[in-house]
Design a binder for this molecule. Sequence first.
Ligand SMILES: NC(=O)c1ccc[n+]([C@@H]2O[C@H](COP(=O)([O-])OP(=O)(O)OC[C@H]3O[C@@H](n4cnc5c(N)ncnc54)[C@H](OP(=O)(O)O)[C@@H]3O)[C@@H](O)[C@H]2O)c1
Length: 169
Amino acid sequence: MIISILSADKKWGIGKRNGLLFSLPMDMKFFRTTTSGHVVAMGENTLLSFPNSKPLKNRTHIVLSADETHNYEGVINVHSFDDFLQKIKEYSLKEDVYIIGGASIYNQMIPYVDKVLLTKVDEDGGAEVFFHNLDEDNNFECVEESETFDDNGHNIKFTIYVNNNKKSI
Ligand SMILES: NC(=O)c1ccc[n+]([C@@H]2O[C@H](COP(=O)([O-])OP(=O)(O)OC[C@H]3O[C@@H](n4cnc5c(N)ncnc54)[C@H](OP(=O)(O)O)[C@@H]3O)[C@@H](O)[C@H]2O)c1
């Protein structure tokens, strides 16, 4: 399966100043345990936002950058969206592939994902970049919503949306 995993505020905002909107340790733990041991696919800015711009432990990384001279150690580098999709397809035939950002990648991947693991934060984080509003997309259906948890002073819920009209790669 191809699965997007992200957090968004109540306006579907997901980032500002090339960073996250909130510090959410419980959500980070969910991200780590969910993606650990799997393939993660991302845009270049997301790789560069990791500590020391290094790949995460115990995961295979597929990284899209438009500039062919940008090639990072320890990851699979691709330089066109088509090559990005082909790599995702190749791995997804064998195992789950998680789409982990950022904004441009999440939105381009919308037609191709089987589901979205979305952590909803019940606040306005003053975002500059936004995710597609899944509640206004007839292809997507919210099939699970957790109770509300307090995560570092923020009210969050873990939700799952499925894509009922997935486009094959
Ligand atoms: N809330 C969350 O869960 C979450 C998770 C991850 C990231 N984020 C946030 O998302 C924001 C970063 O998003 P972003 O969109 O700037 O970064 P990004 O998606 O990580 O990376 C964008 C990179 O991918 C390249 N790219 C994108 N589409 C391409 C295409 N079709 N062909 C070739 N290259 C392509 C871009 O090149 P060009 O610029 O040259 O086109 C750019 O180098 C940050 O604020 C971050 O905190 C939020």
